[in-house]
Design a protein around this ligand. Structure first.
Ligand SMILES: Nc1ncnc2c1ncn2[C@@H]1O[C@H](COP(=O)(O)OP(=O)(O)OP(=O)(O)O)[C@@H](O)[C@H]1O
Ligand SMILES: [Mg+2]
Length: 257
């Protein structure tokens, strides 16, 4: 589904070049859920933007579904680090916005959009504009927007970091549920700072080094699906989290997330 071949990114800034991503080699198979962990500023968002076709690599190439990425595609569901909603549109209209962009009939998607909003606890808020919603609510609207056209690839950049701990747990369970129901039909790359969240959600965790970054560790998460929240209490789960934490502490030289 995704192939990163020698991918590097250097930003040109007025103060000189910033090498964000050095050399990334990675593959994501169809149906896989892969998390990216790494210290702040190591280039996780940059890497995701390159997969989304929103930043061009300075070296190497990104391929999605076997084709070289040259620009953004409506086939990918994107969730950014900061929820970017259109302020003059309601929550429901924001969720339906990609449908409008693709010139598909909005009516066909309205029921699905309402159901998605209800799933993330926003039933009754369909008509509210972003200014009338909390930060966490806005982020949940952005998640629904990414899912509205049922994309086969989801690229998510810390989608839950602005949520309170309880809502975040609920969102993690909702996402695991969506995954298990999709039964291999969806692929995801998920950026997070939470090791527990990465282990709970993923089939594989990629750990990035500090900037300029590359992939330091590629760790499979062997737990079966469907996954339940209770799994996070098991000794196996906690052992894997501890192991990952130790690897990260070594790799970051003390700058663990
Ligand atoms: N548009 C840009 N122009 C110049 N430099 C940039 C740009 N975007 C990112 N950078 C730099 O590239 C590096 C990687 O940034 P990036 O946002 O990818 O990190 P990140 O791993 O997502 O961090 P965080 O965990 O804090 O979100 C940083 O040093 C940042 O300052
Ligand atoms: Mg980022």
């Amino acid at each position: 589904m995704i192939a990163l071949r020698g991918v590097g990114k250097t930003y040109a800034t007025p103060r000189g070049a910033v090498e964000a991503v050095a050399h990334v080699e990675a593959e994501v198979a169809p149906g896989e859920f892969v998390s990216l962990l790494g210290p702040s500023g190591c280039g996780k968002s940059t890497l995701l933007m390159m997969m989304a076709g929103l930043e061009a690599p300075s070296a190497g190439e990104v391929r999605l579904r076997g084709e070289r990425v040259t620009g953004p595609s409506a086939r990918n569901g994107l969730i950014f680090q900061d929820a970017t909603l259109l302020p003059w549109k309601s929550a429901l209209e924001n969720v339906l916005f990609p449908v409008t962009l693709m010139r598909k009939p909005v009516k066909d998607y309205e029921e699905r959009a309402r159901a998605l909003l209800a799933q993330v606890g926003l039933a009754g808020f369909e008509g509210k504009r972003p200014a009338e919603l909390s930060g966490g609510m806005r982020q949940r609207v952005a998640i629904c927007r990414a899912l509205v056209d049922d994309p086969d690839l989801l690229l998510m950049d810390e989608p839950f970091s602005a949520l309170d701990a309880i809502t975040r747990d609920e969102m993690n369970e909702a996402l695991v549920g969506i995954w298990d129901r999709a039964a291999g039909a969806k692929t995801a790359v998920f950026v997070t700072h939470s090791i527990r969240e990465a282990v709970f959600l993923s089939d594989r965790v990629l750990v990035m080094t500090g900037r300029p970054s590359s992939i330091a560790l590629d760790l499979p998460v062997p737990f079966p699906r469907p996954r339940r929240a209770e799994m996070q209490e098991t000794p196996e789960f906690n052992a894997l989290v501890r192991r990952l934490k130790a690897c990260i502490a070594d790799g970051y030289a003390g700058k663990a997330a």
